[in-house]
Design a protein around this ligand. Structure first.
Ligand code: ADP
Ligand code: ADP
Length: 234
């Protein structure tokens, strides 16, 4: 996989006098196995960028390459946007959004099941990931029985289960204390390396910002790259 490459991405909402240029010049490169931070104030365009990358909204111009595939180049380059969302992009959100009436294994197995993988095989992929994330002992628990840290690990397992080349994590550590927040970032780093995943972490969590080797700042729809401290995992 090629990771993520975004060049000259723009997004304009609306038209005429009321148009808003939410993304003006976004350039980002994330290698397979790499975790980068994306930081910016409220209204700077972070959500718009994640929605473009997640193929939830259509950009206005530019290029987006996810994994081996150019998905947007002035227009969508993929026929099946839903398959793209399912197979190429994993999402990890602040609130884990686990499904309350499914146990942990089935929460993680759901994405492959929805993609047509046999239940038994989907559950065995789910269990392998729960093991990698050290929550296999909670495989039969219901989400309401999990601690915050466990819920977040299960949500990460679900984001990874289809082995997407790209993971978009939106404030994944916000509700966690320092130790657990760093544990989540360590897991994302380990998983990125293990599965050659490119991961973008949108955050303003001061606890984890020093862990990134590279950070993209976004301000008024324009990205700037900065070399981070990258100190936690050297
Ligand atoms: P952030 O996630 O960094 O807070 P957003 O991507 O939500 O930033 O917003 C970027 C800019 O685009 C803001 O000026 C916001 O008001 C505007 N915006 C966001 N969504 C819409 C929309 N659906 N229609 C018009 N303007 C929007
Ligand atoms: P973690 O480091 O995973 O956040 P905690 O110290 O919060 O762990 O929790 C320790 C144990 O207590 C875990 O096995 C967890 O499942 C259980 N636990 C925590 N909160 C709850 C809860 N609200 N209901 C049931 N079990 C819980």
């Amino acid at each position: 996989g090629k990771g993520i490459r975004i060049e000259g991405l723009r997004k304009r909402y609306g038209s005429g006098d009321t148009a808003v240029d939410a993304l003006k010049e976004v350039n980002m490169v994330v290698a397979p196995g790499e975790v980068v931070g994306l930081i910016g104030p409220s209204g700077s365009g972070k959500s718009t960028l994640l929605k473009c990358l997640g193929a939830v909204i259509e950009p206005s111009a530019g290029t987006m390459i996810l994994g081996d595939e150019t998905i947007y180049d002035g227009q969508w380059k993929v026929k099946d946007i839903r398959a793209l969302r399912r197979d190429k992009i994993g999402f990890v959100f602040q609130a884990p959004y686990l499904i309350p009436f499914l146990d942990v294994t089935d929460n993680v197995a759901l994405p492959p099941m929805l993609g047509g993988v046999a239940n038994k095989q989907a559950r065995s992929s789910a269990l392998a990931l729960l093991e990698a994330l050290d929550v296999q002992h909670r495989a039969k628990a219901m989400p309401s029985q999990l601690s915050g840290g466990e819920q977040q690990r299960v949500a990460i397992a679900r984001g990874l289960v289809n082995r997407p080349p790209v993971i978009l994590a939106d404030e994944p550590t916000a509700p966690l204390d320092s130790e657990r927040a760093l544990a989540v970032i360590k897991i994302l780093n380990d998983m990125a390396k293990k599965f050659e995943t490119a991961i973008i972490v949108v955050t303003h969590d001061e606890k984890i910002i020093p862990t990134f080797k590279r950070i993209y700042h976004i301000r008024d729809g324009v990205t700037y790259e900065e070399k981070g401290e990258g100190r936690a995992f050297e």
